[in-house]
Write a protein that binds this ligand. Structure first.
Ligand SMILES: NC(=O)c1ccc[n+]([C@@H]2O[C@H](COP(=O)([O-])OP(=O)(O)OC[C@H]3O[C@@H](n4cnc5c(N)ncnc54)[C@H](OP(=O)(O)O)[C@@H]3O)[C@@H](O)[C@H]2O)c1
Length: 264
């Protein structure tokens, strides 16, 4: 990673912030992107104090149509060539389908799916030309199954997983890698944003630092996808052993309890 330029979306907190520190530790230069300018500025200052790397930040709302092109153009204006793209920005909502506005779902789909796809499309040609670098797309353990009470979110992350795996295969032999990171529960602001009434059991959650390390190591060993999370093997096993109907009943039961704050 030394001297590579890495663009991290959603770098103002959580897993994206942890990716930024982990990449800087390994000698990479950074472009940090999110909406919160102050947080990005503070993180960039701290990273520059700790590591001898160049850290730039671009405040931007990536749920706005056309923002991917705007971000790409901005990097060109700055004379920066992105060698590794980490598509991490995303959010979910936990609750019954109709309890959130259409506007919220539009933003979620624009951010989790459209902007992510467009950024891959825009930054990939340079990577292909240089025959190096690649992309880490952040999906979720929820990508492995339909999740009632988080239906739009889990479906958006299934898209990210399927799209990333397909691209990984298309790019074999080009020197460019695409890895999908599927985190399980991770201690970040995610749950608060998803539903601040829900009390999550943080004892089964991983730290953002650990999850970012799993993602980077998976990418550096050219895996098509990697899972993190204390229950990852149970998740994989259940998604392979149970019929879709059984899996749906189970995830529905578990998530109904989660959103009603009952013990699971
Ligand atoms: N934490 C978990 O348990 C978990 C599990 C599975 C998957 N994930 C995935 O991991 C990724 C990172 O989430 P996290 O857990 O680190 O949560 P987080 O702490 O809430 O971080 C989300 C990041 O995305 C940015 N973001 C949100 N909306 C944005 C927008 N419209 N434009 C630009 N940036 C935006 C946020 O920054 P601003 O608010 O400053 O814009 C923040 O930097 C997400 O894709 C999430 O779906 C998380």
């Amino acid at each position: 990673m030394k001297s590579k330029t890495v663009l991290v979306t959603g770098a103002s907190s959580g897993i994206g912030e942890a990716f930024a520190y982990e990449c800087a530790k390994r000698g990479a230069n950074l472009i940090l992107v999110a909406r919160s300018e102050d947080s990005l500025s503070n993180i960039a200052t701290k990273i520059n104090e700790l590591y001898p790397v160049d850290t730039n930040f671009i405040p931007m709302d990536l749920s706005v149509e056309g923002s991917a092109q705007k971000l790409f153009d901005k990097t060109k204006e700055m004379g920066i060539e992105v060698e590794i793209l980490i598509n991490n920005a995303g959010f979910g909502k936990w609750g019954s389908f109709e309890s959130f506005t259409l506007e919220t779902y539009r933003d979620m789909l624009q951010l989790n799916i459209n902007t992510l796809t467009e950024l891959c499309y825009l930054f990939l040609p340079e990577m292909r030309l240089k025959k190096t670098g690649g992309i880490i797309n952040v999906a979720s353990g929820a990508a492995l199954m339909p999740v009632p009470y988080a239906g739009v979110y889990s479906a958006s992350k299934s898209y990210v997983l399927n799209f990333s795996e397909a691209l990984h295969n298309e790019l074999q032999g080009t020197g460019v890698t695409v890895t999908c990171l599927c985190p399980g529960g991770t201690k970040t602001n995610f749950a608060e944003v998803a539903n601040n009434q829900v009390k999550v059991d943080e004892s089964i959650y991983e730290t953002a630092e650990y999850v970012a390390q799993v993602g980077l190591e998976g990418f550096l060993s050219q895996k098509s996808y990697v899972l993190s999370g204390k229950q990852k093997w149970a998740l994989v096993l259940l998604s392979r052993l149970l019929s879709r109907a059984q899996l749906l009943r189970l995830s529905g039961k578990v998530f109904k309890r989660i959103v009603s704050n009952e013990k699971t």
